[in-house]
Design a protein around this ligand. Structure first.
Ligand code: AMP
Length: 205
């Protein structure tokens, strides 16, 4: 199974992606996580991406496509994969068509006014990449034991720009994948389990 999770920042793509990738035993490919790993390791790519990411801008398409092409060759993608945060532009979607077919595109729909509060309460684990929300998890440490931190680009000013960038560059993918007959919109403004069940219902059709 080959899936794309679309949606604005804060829609819950990462949270839902972990659950679905586990259920279907497919690779969870988050281009954001891959870029953060590059930044942590201080690679050339990571250093170049950092200033764009910290400002809420997109990393150039060719950089992202190079990463994704390598990633889907890996052994754990044999059963399929779930893209979380990719594609983010029409150019990325067109290039993806040249390298792989896709079975479903899940569009997580969350009202714009809910996104800022969701993102500003978000905390991440630097070690395992798990995500939490302060409203449901008050600990300073991840379940794996490592300290949690707030992403630089989850601060309010940057979030506002990320939402502008989403509207301009990523939202047009909703129409793009509707035209291809692949898009399934799921209400993302519900509990984690309710959203998970709605996604599973689409995938079991
Ligand atoms: P995310 O963790 O998906 O919210 O991504 C964090 C940041 O990484 C984004 O705001 C972009 O700066 C960059 N990024 C992640 N995925 C992509 C992509 N497919 N295309 C361009 N930039 C990306």
């Amino acid at each position: 199974m080959k899936l794309i999770f679309l949606g604005p920042p804060g829609a819950g793509k990462g949270t839902q992606a972990v659950k679905i990738a586990e259920k279907y035993q497919i690779a969870h490919i988050s281009t954001g996580d891959m870029l953060r790993a590059e930044m942590r390791e201080g690679t050339k790519l990571g250093n170049e991406a950092k200033s764009l990411i910290d400002r809420g801008e997109l990393v150039p398409d060719d950089v992202i496509l190079g990463m994704v092409k390598n990633r889907i060759q890996k052994e754990d993608c044999k059963n399929g994969f779930l893209f979380d945060g990719f594609p983010r532009t029409i150019a990325q979607a067109e290039a993806l068509e040249e390298i792989s077919a896709i079975d479903y595109v899940i569009n997580l729909d969350v009202p714009a006014e809910r996104l800022i509060s969701r993102i500003s309460g978000r905390r991440m684990c630097a070690e395992c990449g798990a995500g939490y929300h302060v409203s449901t998890y008050a600990d300073a440490n991840c379940k794996c034991g490592a300290a949690l931190y707030q992403r630089e680009d989850d601060k309010e000013e940057t979030v506002r720009n990320r939402l502008v960038v989403y509207e301009r560059s990523t939202k047009p993918l909703i129409e793009y994948y509707t035209r291809k007959g692949l898009l399934h919109t799921v209400n993302g403004d519900a509990s984690i389990d309710v959203v998970d069940a709605a996604i599973r219902a689409v995938l079991s059709k």
